[in-house]
Design a protein around this ligand. Structure first.
Ligand SMILES: Cc1cc2nc3c(=O)[nH]c(=O)nc-3n(C[C@H](O)[C@H](O)[C@H](O)COP(=O)(O)OP(=O)(O)OC[C@H]3O[C@@H](n4cnc5c(N)ncnc54)[C@H](O)[C@@H]3O)c2cc1C
Length: 411
């Protein structure tokens, strides 16, 4: 009698869990191995600031967010599209809504109810999750090697393996990138990790940093060379972070690597042109301070006025046209990326040249890869989870196709 095939999924993040669900739904035996004591730690962290599952923009625009990897990811995202992801979440009892920016969230905004319902469904499908199992490579016989918490070794034989080990940030949540050397020694091409969706170091004055760290610059436009983004930027004690910054991270990061620093121009009032701003600022009131004039006429917040003074000097020009120019173009020099471990995601990882269309490693037939460990990057906006889920589905389908071929050959 033919035995039910066994697939090992390593990594219990969104990509690995989605792969395991797809596999179990097709009747194969699935074991998920996870190094941490509980599954989905980064996923739960993603839910802290409002779990942004995906985005509602037109599909072509959506796919373009993946930049250089867009062409490779397109068929994978078509096969598990944003609308499929919404149906999946709703099927787990998690109603979703479209936020004002077009981003899609579960109604609870959190990851924990979704993860709870998902784990229950996986258990009902017979998916076994073994936690505190760190994958350490392969034995000479080709079995998967794991260590448990006490350093004890365990070997597992699988008919196919899906690696979903995550990127190289937030090591304390499990994705420590330690897997790169295990694959590199097997001849798998790996692009070095680089921070994506990360903050940047700015040399703020001590007084500004201590007063405004954690304060948001709302509704601003950021520009660097020919790229720009609108939204929110957050002052950090070390520099600048937040959604609008993340939208152009890749270009800023690459400029710093190339030139040693990158200039970012902030427009504090992108909805108004310079002339309109100058007209508003010209409405003087006797004895009024410059700070009050900026607040009254342009509704600038204390942090916006603070950053204006950081960029243009404490003594801002009083003349309306010159002051309007300062409000529209506020140069900030970015000197470095914030440490990679604090980045929301990372670029780099397994090169697309190292895998086939089924996400199978060319150097290691029977081993598939999924999620952030692949070399793609995208801004925040739900693109990270969508691609992690979709590549999880694709890798599982690749493994199922392989098992089906093996079965035919075995008959
Ligand atoms: C603060 C924060 C907020 C975020 N918010 C969002 C958001 O709102 N929307 C969005 O789209 N994305 C968001 N992300 C990004 C998103 O969480 C990740 O892109 C996603 O979790 C990647 O999924 P993954 O399954 O590929 O990897 P991971 O979630 O990193 O999972 C990989 C798993 O593999 C395990 N592992 C690693 N090595 C081993 C080993 N040797 N043996 C066994 N197990 C191992 C890890 O412990 C981990 O559980 C956020 C990230 C952060 C840090």
């Amino acid at each position: 009698m033919m035995q039910t095939p066994h697939v090992a999924v390593i990594g219990a993040g969104p990509a690995g869990l989605m792969a395991s669900e797809t596999l179990a739904a097709s009747g194969v035996r699935v074991t998920v191995f996870e190094a941490m004591p509980t599954p989905g730690r980064k996923f739960l962290m993603a839910g802290r600031g409002g779990l942004n599952l995906t985005h509602s923009e037109p599909f072509d625009t959506f796919v373009s967010r993946y930049g250089e990897a867009a062409a490779r990811l397109q068929p994978i995202l078509e096969a598990f599209s944003p609308s499929r992801l919404i149906d999946w979440a709703e099927d787990l009892g998690q109603k979703t809504f479209v936020g004002s920016s077009g981003r899609i969230f579960p109604a609870t905004l959190k990851a924990s109810p979704l993860l709870r319902a998902w784990l229950a469904r996986l258990a009902a499908h017979g998916v076994r999750i073994e936690t505190r199992r760190r994958w350490t490579g392969w034995t000479q016989a080709g079995d998967l090697a794991f260590t448990d918490e006490d350093g004890g070794a365990r070997h597992v034989r699988a008919d196919a393996t899906i690696l979903a080990l995550g990127g190289g940030s937030w090591a304390r949540l499990g994705s420590d990138g330690a897997w790169t050397s295990l694959l590199a020694t097997r001849g798998v091409a790996i692009a070095p990790f680089r921070p994506a969706n990360c903050g940047f170091v700015v040399q703020w004055s001590d007084i500004f940093a201590s007063r405004f760290a954690g304060a948001p610059l709302k509704g601003v436009a950021l520009a660097h060379e020919d790229v720009s983004a609108r939204g929110e930027a957050m002052i950090a004690s070390y520099g600048l972070e937040g959604g609008a910054v993340y939208a152009i991270t890749a270009r800023l990061r690459d400029a710093i690597v190339r030139d040693g620093a990158a200039r970012l121009d902030i427009d504090l009032r992108p909805d108004l042109d310079q002339e309109t701003i100058a007209q508003k600022l010209a409405a003087l009131r006797p004895g009024e301070t410059l700070t009050n004039r900026l607040r009254r006429t342009l509704n600038l917040s204390p942090v916006a006025i603070g950053v204006l003074r950081e960029a243009h000097g404490v003594s801002l020009p009083a003349e309306a046209t010159a002051l309007a120019k300062c409000v529209k173009t506020l140069p900030v020099m970015l000197h470095a990326t914030a440490p990679i471990d604090r980045a929301i995601s990372t670029a780099g990882g397994v090169s697309f040249d190292a895998i086939d269309a089924d996400l199978q490693l060319r150097a290691m037939p029977g081993v598939f890869v999924a999620g952030e460990m692949l070399d793609w990057e995208a801004p925040t906006g739900g693109y990270l989870l969508q691609a992690s889920f979709a590549t999880g589905v694709a890798a599982a389908r690749g493994a199922l196709a392989l098992l089906a071929r093996d079965r035919v050959q075995g008959d």
